[in-house]
Design a protein. Structure first.
Length: 198
């Protein structure tokens, strides 16, 4: 994992994944976890099957704003997360999946909120990095099966020009945490850039 001070703002660090497929800014107090660490978890966070299809990770970086560095922090549901958690990933799209790729699949492969109770897309809009890297940007609030609270997530998910990869960036936490950290969370997700030449 390459890391360097961004220079634009004190207290912010820019991360580039090992494959040099994307980069993003994080507060320097946040923690970062590479794919090898994420693979130790029972499930890689924000990597979901859609309609029985899975999308193998080419690269993935998890992060959190928790008080201590522990990859298990990312196993929390956003509904229960008291500090921001998130992930940047680039995943492979197979030939069959390529024919079914849609805006819904781009979002649900990161966070399957369609099936959750009281889910509300607060904002949903087309998003493009240009050069055929197109998809969707969503701010969503939802309750999980326990319905004890509400999770809020801000995400961007795009496919590349030939639909062979899904590029995704997501961050969120419970409603109270999101309200308190909204500017920071949105800044992290909006700082994300993809390498359109790779």
């Amino acid at each position: 994992m390459l890391a360097a001070c961004s220079g634009a703002d004190d207290g912010v660090v820019t991360f580039t994944d090992d494959e040099r497929l994307s980069r993003f800014d994080l507060p320097e107090s946040w923690h970062v976890y590479e794919l090898a660490e994420l693979s130790e978890l029972e499930d890689i966070p924000f990597d979901e099957q859609v309609q029985g299809f899975s999308f193998p990770a080419i690269t993935s970086v998890g992060f959190d704003g928790g008080p201590v560095r522990d990859v298990a922090n990312l196993e929390s549901s956003l509904v229960d997360a008291e500090y921001p958690i998130g992930s940047m990933s680039v995943r492979q799209v197979g030939e069959v999946e390529k024919d079914l790729l849609s805006r819904a699949m781009l979002t649900q492969s990161v966070l399957p909120y369609y099936g959750l109770s009281n889910s509300e897309e607060i904002t949903k809009e087309d998003f493009s990095f240009g050069n055929g890297f197109d998809g969707v940007r969503v701010l969503v609030a939802y309750q999980d099966e326990s319905a004890t609270g509400q999770g809020v997530a801000y995400l961007i998910s795009v496919s590349n020009e030939d639909d062979t990869r899904i590029y995704s960036m997501i961050a969120g936490c419970n409603r109270e945490c999101f309200i308190a950290n909204q500017d920071t969370i949105e800044g992290v997700v909006d700082s994300w850039l993809v390498n359109k030449r790779a």
